[in-house]
Design a protein around this ligand. Structure first.
Ligand code: SF4
Ligand code: SF4
Length: 443
């Protein structure tokens, strides 16, 4: 990414001519303020410019000639992109599109500090590359086996680290043996559908059990599961950070990897990725070679809970006597409107008790790489979420996004607590396989 703004594209205000935040979308906001109570950053700081309404106002000012200042960028950077405001807005304001367009403008036209550039470069050199993430498994497993984290904390070294590095250290999930997935898992019994499965970056590197459970549950429900090898990133992290060109390049490669004509559905078990996959038509709207392909692909994309609900259960569910707290991942609930499906799937398991988390609409602070870029705000939100999770007194926390699992686990650990965690599909898998509930409660 160039340090120099493309002056030939600059307008008089904050934005260049390449997809600035759209005037008509900005004008949909009637300034009612209904979104304010559900905005985590407004909840944290009570500042109008850190609310959805305030950020939309800043975008309007930028369109009307105000320059792109550090202050404006700061308010946009502080947004989690959690889309709680979209769920709350009675006027249907498409804030997600507005913030994505604004962030792409910022990355093109704003010069970040050297430290910010370094941090972002480091993150984007590793995170959207599953192979590079998988290469970290060995060293991380050793780090955990030798309990080096506890040693660094005892000696005060962790506390002396900059907040961004301290957060990275605390987020690493437990590394267990990775199951082999294969490239095709046949349906059990009569075939009801053929499903292409996206394995994700963080999910495949650090939560391979979730992918294995996804394939098993789909097969048990009558799906042939096709898992193309050597899948790349879907581009979600890049898109949500304004790195538009990079996101487009990842999207094109993934579209080429999946021969979508041969599958009925494309399934994803990570909320943030699913949200972006469904937005491919918007992301590739200017690409004459990929726009139509992106439309066809996006029409087939389903979150795993969405697809299992559409198919309806056929595999027998065995009892799992446990109290479960279900955490809504923002990009599943607010981003895709998927709230009832995972709850219905869980309630379909005999003996399982579902408990709601107070203020469940508020983000846990993970938000892609937000917790690495804005560690203080993310920690505060994580601590609040952990307190609400603890209040449920559940035996197990269930959520559908790897980032949320890592964020809430780290927040609970700061409180000296530990709670087993699982993805919705792991709970279903345990029930379908007739496993003892203890297998989930010791993860
Ligand atoms: S996306 Fe989330 S943090 Fe950003 S303005 Fe909307 S509610 Fe607030
Ligand atoms: S974004 Fe929606 S809810 Fe928020 S102030 Fe504007 S119209 Fe009201």
């Amino acid at each position: 990414m160039s340090d120099t703004p493309p002056h030939d594209l600059l307008r008089s205000g904050a934005f260049d001519a390449q997809h600035p935040p759209q005037r008509e979308l900005i004008d949909d906001c009637v300034h009612c303020g209904f979104c304010l109570p559900s905005c985590p950053t407004y909840d944290l700081w009570g500042e109008e410019m850190d609310s959805p309404r305030g950020r939309i106002y800043l975008m309007k000012e930028g369109l009307e000639g105000e320059p792109m200042t550090d202050t404006m960028v700061g308010h946009m950077d502080a947004c989690l992109g959690c889309m709680a405001c979209v769920s709350a807005c009675p006027s249907g304001v498409r804030y997600g599109t507005l913030i994505n367009e604004t962030r792409a403008q910022i990355e093109r036209n704003h010069t970040r500090s050297r430290w910010e550039k370094l941090l972002r470069t480091a993150i984007f050199t590793v995170f959207p590359y599953p192979r590079r993430l998988r290469a970290m498994r060995g060293p991380l497993a050793l780090y955990q086996r030798l309990r080096l984290g506890a040693l660094l904390r005892r000696t005060g070294i962790t506390a002396a680290l900059p907040p961004h590095l301290r957060t990275m250290e605390s987020l690493a999930p437990p590394i267990n043996r990775a199951p082999r997935l294969g490239h095709r898992v046949p349906a059990r019994g009569a075939r009801r559908a053929t499903v292409g499965m996206i394995t994700g970056c963080v999910q495949s590197a650090f939560f391979p059990d979730v992918n294995a459970a996804t394939a098993r549950v789909l097969a048990a429900e009558g799906c042939d599961v096709v898992i193309p090898p050597a899948q790349g990133c879907c581009g979600a992290l890049s898109e949500h950070s304004g790195r538009e060109e990079e996101a487009v390049a990842f999207a094109r490669t993934l579209l080429d990897t999946f021969d979508e004509s041969r599958v009925d559905h494309i399934v994803i078990n990570s909320a943030g990725c699913g949200s972006t996959l469904k937005e491919y038509p918007q992301l590739l709207r200017d690409d004459p070679h990929y726009a139509a392909k992106a439309e066809r692909f996006a029409a087939k994309v389903r979150d795993i809970a969405e697809l299992l609900t559409e198919l309806g259960p056929t595999a027998t569910r065995h009892p799992l006597p446990a109290a479960i707290a279900y955490h809504d991942a923002c990009h599943l609930s607010h981003g895709q409107g998927i709230r009832s499906q995972p709850r219905d799937l869980l309630r379909g398991i005999p003996g399982l008790e579902l408990r709601e988390i107070n203020r469940g609409e508020l983000c846990c602070g993970s938000a892609g790489i937000y917790n690495l870029l804005q560690p203080e705000a993310a920690q505060e939100l994580g601590d609040r979420k952990a307190a609400h999770v603890q209040d449920t007194r559940a035996d197990l926390l269930v959520t559908a996004n790897p980032g949320c699992s890592m964020q809430i686990r780290a927040a609970l650990e700061r409180r000296g607590e530990a709670l087993p965690m699982a993805h919705t599909v792991q709970v279903l898998d345990a029930s379908i396989r007739g496993e003892a509930v203890d297998t989930l409660l010791h993860t």
